[in-house]
Design a protein around this ligand. Structure first.
Ligand code: 5RP
Length: 217
């Protein structure tokens, strides 16, 4: 099986966690796209979805699924999203697709966060994947200098503008042995919208696809 097959497998497995006629939160990325495809194919009726990006909104709407604003609904039963990395405590790095801020908001509004990922995303310690950080454009250099002070090597993802009109810094070589502490420290920097660490609010369940099937972690 190649990585695309593993993404499809775990995208389909996530369907088992969706309650018919509920309002669900939907993340962003190629693994989530497999989930959306499986959801549409299944014909399961859901009341509506809260989306974490313009790209996901387009896909959902093209498949006939109503997308509503988070302000129109209360807490969500479930949020389904991918990750760039996850550890044994279900803490994540996200934001490879630049949708981290809306993803963090929808995750915070959800009672259960199911992360879907193939086995290549599993790590012992987070941080091999450069940590994405959404910044207010005016503060890019200021935040970059502060990140160097925290031990990282930030790189501007030039040309990328988030759905919120902001920019992304990808930080290499951050020491993330204390992901909760680092998430708080980075989120406290003036000019940071949010960082791609999901440690304060980790996933509740990781569905990991492997050659021999989908495991629940
Ligand atoms: C987008 C994300 C994605 O969940 C993450 O990048 C994984 O993407 P993919 O499923 O394409 O590997 O955080 O901001």
């Amino acid at each position: 099986m190649n990585q695309d097959d593993l993404k499809r497998l775990v995208g389909e497995a996530a369907l088992d966690f969706v309650r018919p006629d509920s309002v669900i939160g939907v993340g962003t990325g190629s693994t989530v796209n497999c989930f959306i495809e499986a959801l549409i194919k299944s014909g399961m009726r859901i009341e509506a979805a809260v989306s974490s990006s313009e790209a996901t909104t387009s896909l959902l709407q093209a498949g006939g699924i109503e997308v509503i604003d988070l302000n129109q609904t209360g807490g969500l039963d479930i949020y389904i999203d991918g990750a760039d990395e996850f550890d044994a405590h279900r803490r994540l790095i996200k934001g490879g697709g630049a949708a981290l801020t809306r993803e963090k908001i929808v995750a915070a509004a959800s009672r259960k966060f199911v992360c879907i990922a193939d086995q290549s995303k599993q790590v012992g310690v987070l941080g091999a994947f450069p940590l994405p950080i959404e910044v207010i454009p005016l503060a890019r250099s200021l935040v970059a200098r502060k990140l160097v002070g925290l031990g990282g090597q930030p790189e501007w993802r030039e040309g990328v503008v988030t759905d919120n009109g902001n920019w992304i810094l990808d930080v290499h070589n951050m020491d993330l042995v204390d992901p909760v502490g680092m998430e708080k420290a980075i989120n406290n920097l003036a000019g940071v919208v949010t960082c791609g660490l999901f440690a304060l609010r980790p996933a509740d369940l990781v569905l990991m696809s492997t050659e021999s099937g989908v495991q629940q972690l």
